[in-house]
Design a protein around this ligand. Structure first.
Ligand code: ACO
Length: 311
């Protein structure tokens, strides 16, 4: 096919909402510190029964329903996650079976916070080269299972959830070329390691990279897609921190664009942050449709990826 398009979104968030005031009773922090430094007001936290796979299944089911696509039509399932616990069957394999698909190619990918953008690029390229026609692209994260709940420097930042998009072959391409890469000096800036596995990060170095480098990467994505920044009407960056999202958006003329700010409600959900936030806005009827949107993820690896998407 000449290209691919996103034809539907879905998401899942665990029921349990954790507020800043509640966190203040668990660790030495305050609503004021969290809001001033991160913009986060609430996050959803998975129940024991919520897993990366179960949340991926719910988000995937919702995206298929939104797109009006029968599970039997899906020939590729991609799940981006950095918090999946089972090595095999991995999440994409479980999603394919749980949704009653007809033997699609199941692929898990882990590029941490930029996982959704990498997965969209793989779906688009699979479709262009004829290896797939309909791809279900999901990002699902249960970072709450990886944080130290006594460490105030990380536990206040994160949230759980999943977002999904159905990507299908299209005559008029809706997913632009990906710009992706990594930053060698920051390879250890985000870690999920140890026994038990624990999430940690060099918050300051990531913050500095995002403030000084993300803008030029964003501009490169737009240029590669053949647009000028004025054409872009939606900015959807990885939702790590509102204090990162706002300056990048401002540098790119964000005052006159729709900017994703779901970190306020959902915290940092790693790979899931962009599709989760976009899906919520889409289903609320708030996401401008049919206009060029800039998607960009960055984080663990230290990887980044972005593309211009028109729904
Ligand atoms: N409540 C109260 N005080 C706190 C808290 C808290 N929850 N956490 C840290 N502090 C204190 C620190 O102890 C420190 O105190 P000190 O000055 O007495 O030593 C002070 O606040 C400042 O701490 P910093 O870590 O320097 O705070 P900073 O302003 O850098 O903000 C933050 C930290 C929010 C993590 C910021 O660096 C950031 O957002 N970085 C980017 C993170 C990111 O983008 N990660 C993405 C990849 S990982 C992923 O997405 C899963």
């Amino acid at each position: 096919a000449p290209g691919s398009r996103i034809i539907g979104f879905g998401h899942y968030q665990p029921e349990r909402v954790l507020t800043n005031d509640e966190l203040s009773t668990m660790v030495d922090t305050s609503d004021e510190w969290i809001q001033t430094r991160t913009g986060i007001k609430t996050r959803h936290i998975a129940a024991e029964t919520d897993t990366v796979s179960s949340m991926a299944i719910e988000a995937g089911r919702a995206a298929l329903a939104d797109a009006g696509i029968d599970p039997g039509e899906v020939d590729q399932v991609l799940v981006a996650s950095t918090s999946a616990t089972d090595r095999t069957p991995y999440a994409a394999g479980r999603v394919a079976v749980a949704l009653g698909m007809n033997g699609p190619a199941p692929i898990d990918i882990n590029t941490a916070c930029s996982g959704f953008e990498f997965a969209c690029a793989i779906a688009d390229q699979s479709i262009r080269t004829g290896s797939a026609r309909t791809s279900l692209v999901i990002a699902s994260e249960k970072i709450s299972g990886l944080v130290d709940w006594t460490d105030r420097s990380t536990c206040v930042l994160i949230g759980d959830g999943a977002g999904a998009a159905v990507v299908q072959a299209a005559d008029e391409p809706g997913i632009g070329p990906v710009t992706w890469g990594s930053v060698p000096e920051l390879v250890n800036a985000v870690l999920v390691d140890g026994d038990p596995q624990r999430f940690s990060q060099e918050g300051r170095s990531i913050y500095r990279w995002a403030i000084t480098e993300a803008e030029s990467h964003a501009r490169a994505v737009v240029e590669k897609a053949g647009y000028s920044m004025d054409d872009i009407e939606v900015l959807a960056f990885h939702q790590a921190n509102l204090r990162i999202v706002e300056p990048i958006a401002k540098a790119l003329g964000g005052e006159s664009k729709w900017v994703l700010r779901d970190v306020v409600e959902s915290g940092n959900t790693s790979a899931a942050s962009v599709p989760l936030g976009l899906s919520k806005a889409w289903h609320r009827g708030e996401l401008p449709e049919g206009v060029p949107a800039l998607l960009m993820g960055f984080g663990g690896g230290f990887a980044f990826a972005g593309q211009v998407v028109t729904t």
